[in-house]
Design a protein around this ligand. Sequence first.
Ligand code: SF4
Length: 665
Amino acid sequence: MTTRTTCPYCGVGCGVLATPGAPVKGDTAHPANRGRLCSKGTALGETLNHPNRLLFPEVDGKRASWDAALDAMAEGFRTALNEHGPDGVALYVSGQLLTEDYYAANKFAKGFLGTANIDSNSRLCMASAVAGHRRAFGEDLVPGIYDDLEQADLLVLLGSNTAWCHPVLFQRIQAARAAGKRIVVIDPRRTATCEGADLHLALRPGSDVALYLGLLAHLHSAGFPVPEAALEPARGLDVPALTGLSAQALATFYAWFAATPRTVTLFSQGANQSSAGADKANAIINAHVAHGSLGLPGGGPFSVTGQPNAMGGREVGALANMLAGHLEWDRPGEFEALRDYWQAPRLAPRAGLKAVDLFNAAAEGRIGALWVMATNPAVSMPAGDTVRQALKCVPMLAVSDCVADSDTLALARIRLPALGWGEKDGTVTNSERVMSRQRRFLPAPGEARQDWWIVSQVAARLGWGRHFAWKNPAAIFREHAALTGLARPANRVFDISGLADLTDAEYDAMEPTRWPVARRGELGGRLAPAARFVPTAFRAPVNAPGGDLPFILNTGRLRDQWHTMTRTGQVPRLMAHVPEPFLAMHPADAVAPDGALVRVEGSHGQAVLRLRHDAGQRQGEVFAPMHWTEAFAQGARINSAVNPAVDPVSGQPELKHSPVAVEPF
Ligand code: SF4
C-alpha cells in the first residue's frame, strides 16, 4: 500500500509516496515539489531499518517500564519546581517534531509548568527571520510562495546555498529559468549555487546589512520613497570597504534590482546565523518595501527554513519568546485569552531563556530538570564542549529520541524511545506556509511512542491529565486550529480556525493546505502585509579575527547529509558524496598540504579535520560542514570550535563567523 506523506528533511517540505519495500517517489500532486525529489529524498527508503534504535525506556542506565520512566520524569520536574520554581525547569525541542508534538510540549511548558523556558533547535536556524518578520509585519509572516521564485525576473539568493540545502527549490528555479531571468548569489563562498548565476557577490562575512543599506540609498536616489529614519544609517557608509565588493559589482546589482519590479530576495541561514541576523532580515524587507515588490507575484523578501517543521513550531509558539497561535505577551488581552483557553492558571508570565542562555543557566546549576526532544545539542550547539558540561550539571536530564547513539542521549538520566519518520502521525508546515500531513506507514518499533503521548502522560502524573487527554493527533490539531481563531486582532493573519472542526477522517485525508484558512474551503495565497520600515545600522560581527585566531570559520550543510547524520549517515550512496569531515581553505592560506589533517581551534574548543584547498573560499576564511558527531568521526565536531555569540534581538548564534586558528595536526 502506498502512503502520501512528507519528506522529513528540509523546509521545502516535499510530498512523497512511500511504499514499504519500494523506493520512495515524489508526489506529483504536492505543490512544493510536483513530483521532484533531491538525493536525500530519493534515499529515504534506505533509511527505514535503522540499526541503532532506542526501543525501550531507560532510567539510570537500566531498562525500565514506561510507567517507571514517566514516574521518574514527573518526580524530576516536581523536585525541580520545588527547589528552583518554574524558572528552574526547561524543554529543548526540535524542528523535527510534528506540529501536534510541538503544540503539546509548548502547552505543557508554558501553560502548566509555568515556564517559557522552552526553546527549539530552530533558534539555530531561523530565529532571526522570525524577529525580522515580527518587527516589520507585527507578526511572523512569510509573504511569498514558491511560485514567486519561478516568476521572479531577478532572483537574489542571499546566504543560501540553495543548490545543496533546498535542492528541489533550486530544481524548480532552474527549470523555470526563462530568457532574461537573472540570478544573483550573495555569499562569501563560491558554492554550487553560483554555477550559472549572472552575478556572484562574494561579500565580506557579516556585511549584508551594509550591502542592503547601499541598495536602499540607491533606490532612494532612483526615486523610490524611503523614510528618512530608514535612510539615515546608510548616509556616509563606505559600502565597498565594508563589503569588500567593487563599486562596479555593487552598481550592477543595485541597477538590476531597481529596474526589475519582480525581484525576490530569498534568504536563509547565511543571513540568520549572525549577531546581526534580525537586522539583515529587516534590511532586506526594507529594500523590498521601498522597491514596491513586497506582495507582487514574483517579488518580495522570502525566508526559507532549514528544518521540515520550523514553521509549525513557530505557529504553536514553541520558542522561548513566543506564545501559541501568534499571540503576544505585550498585546492587550492576548495573554489572558490563551490562559483562559488552556485553563492554565500558571501560564508563563514572560519570555524564557533562548537556547544559548538556557544551556548557560544549566551550567550555572539553575536548571533542575531539562527535557530534550528529538535533537542533539551536545553536537549542534556552538561551544559544543561547554554545552556537554552544562548538560552534566542538570540533575534530571531526560531525552526522548528515536536513535540510541546520540551524544546528548548518552548524558541523559532518563531515555525515552520516540517514534520516527514513517511511524508517527501529524502535520508539518513548510517555508511557503503549506501544512502537509506526515502519515504513519510503519509499525512502532519496540515500545517507542509519539512525543505528544509522552507529554500527555507526564502531564497526567503531575495532575494535569484532563488538559492533555487527546485521543489522537487530530484532536490536538483541532485544539490548535481553534485557538488561532480566538482573540484574533483584526490585523493578525495566522488563522486556521477554518480547520478546527475537521473530523478524524477529514484530518487523515487532509490535502496540503496553505494558511491562512479562516473559513473552511478558503485557501491562503501570497500575502501583501502592511510593513513597517525598521531602521537598521550596520554592525560588524561580535568577534573579529586576529592575534592567535586569524581565520574566520563558517559552517554549513552538505548536499547529501542531514543534521547530525542519524538518518542520512546510514546510506552508503549519500555518504559517498563526502565521506569524511573537512576544512576548506584558500590555497594561498594553506597551512598544510591538501589532504593533510589540521587542527581547528576556537576560543571554546577544537576539532581535527582533513584540509581541502579550495579556491572558492575567500582568503582568511575557512569552511567546515556541521554534520559529524563522535559516532561518525571522533574529535571532528566542528561546533566545539564555534563561538556562542548571539544576535541581541533574535538570540540566534553567530554560527557563520567564529575566529579560529588552523595548524597542522
Ligand atoms: Fe526532502 Fe528537502 Fe530534498 Fe525535498 S528538497 S526531498 S524536502 S530534503
